[in-house]
Design a protein around this ligand. Sequence first.
Ligand code: C2E
Ligand code: CA
Ligand code: CA
Length: 561
Amino acid sequence: MINSDEFWNELDSYTKDMIEAIADLSARRYIILCNVRTRQCWWSESAARFFNHDDFYFTAEQTKTLATIHPDDFGNFLGFISTIIRGKGTDAVIEFRAKPNNASEYNFFSMKGRVISSKDGKPHFALLMLHNYGIREEIDEITGLHNEISFSRRIAEKIDDNIGNVILKVAIEKFSHINVMYGAEYANKLIREVAENIARLTGDDGTVYRLSGVKFGICLRPMSRTDLKSFYRKLVDLLADKIFVEGKKVPLKISAGAIILDNFMKDAVAVRSRITYALNHSKQYHHGDLVIFNDEVCGGINDNLDLISTIHQCALNGCEGFYMCYQPIVNPKDGRIKGMEALVRWRRDPYGNIPPGTFIEWLEEDPCIFELGNWILRRSLEDAKEIASEDPEFFINVNISAAQIERHEFRESVTQILEESGLNPKQLCMELTERCRELDTKFLREEINFFKSKGIKLAMDDFGTGNASLSVALNLPIDELKIDMSFVKDIKNKPVNQAMVKSIVEFANTTNLETCIEGVEDDSVKEYLGQFDATWHQGYFYSRPVPIQEFKELYYLSNRN
Ligand code: C2E
Ligand code: CA
Ligand code: CA
């Protein structure tokens, strides 16, 4: 038996209370504290409860029997623990599956650790933080392929594997038009067809995963750059020429990023970020040509990785350097500002101003987006308070990322922040960005219903992009569609875009959904859009996003008399 007084003796008298309080406050996070010297461990109540133990103190020997770790994850798990206990690898994150000994299904966990050394520099305590993500499905329903969760796990495994493995991430371009025009069923058939073709081409050379949206991950056996490039060329040709749905050829264009794992890549999160970076590069600057990370084409990437890690640190550090701007949302009939969209910004020397389009995507793969999201909501509601209390019709739109909704604490944070702000819930509208729509529909509907029951409005952001069709909108109890600006750009010369905007607005009007057309950049576009009966307009023509003081001036000016 371990004497609990003895265990905590070596620490300050408040430490135990504090650690317990932290564990209590973090739903689904468990803390384990190990005394490396005595080889004794303490589990937070939440951890002990989840794994069905009445006791909180265990010897190192006992800990091996306290939970069942998935056999495939066991090696990684042990490696991680021994690295941490040796006081090394403090930035590493491990993902693994575990369950209480008598349970049938595994839960997914991520774990981080820190070592606390004594004055002589020798490790004394190891603090482990576990995050329980619950039971997650690993198979994509549409294609039958393994999904993003498996992909992430596989990357973590490959890192420890023999060197030279290749990870490829492929995105199908301009899929959104197909989705909106032909509907979800057709789009799903197409995705299935694509998946089958990619899997056939890959054969024994690797494993294919369906990632969020219309992206695929491929883990390939070690191969040379030349072989990789020739594999990709075959893939490009295949998707451009050999995809048929309902007897008709559908030519698809793709872009891709890849990484060849080497000795220096030991962090799965960093590997994923780099592949995403390479993929974005391929899309933006190389017309879909394969970008292999570390190639000359990725010049400046290390500066970027440095930037990402700085932003990450700042987000954790009280959201240092972040600030908000607000863009007016206007009633196109009378030109009055009736609401605003909160848009986050980040500024810091020597980087200067970094636009959110760059960093939000990076942070979405990082748990700190949750804390930042709460900070954004709190700040925005605080800034909206003055006008909102004078004008009960006034509303504020706040962007919500998938990584926020997915968290179990999200409902509670929003409710609490809203309550603290004193704003009427009706005056808050949460914009669900593209990736939110890729969440499980049932889950998403439940979350939306919860927020609606609180009186909060919900909008679907960037509608028309990504993997959302009208039928998805029909199935979700949302209040507003925000039509993506890519449809508005050059709308006067693009009949397809005209048809899209027209059909979206008409559909919304018949189902009592509000619409907001984004990206109204100039007078002529505004005039042209007048023929569509959209509820709201937003764009540079009315105003760029501005700091709150400037917004207030615009608001009062447009609402005079
Ligand atoms: P979004 O939600 O679609 O936001 C609209 C973006 O379009 C903003 O870019 C805005 O400055 C820009 N914009 C507005 N009017 C016009 C126009 O007339 N023409 C053009 N070309 N652009 C216009 P920004 O602020 O750079 O934000 C980019 C994206 O970053 C946002 O797209 C949103 O997805 C994300 N984001 C921004 N703030 C937040 C936030 O607080 N939380 C989350 N989760 N995401 C955010
Ligand atoms: Ca938005
Ligand atoms: Ca948008």
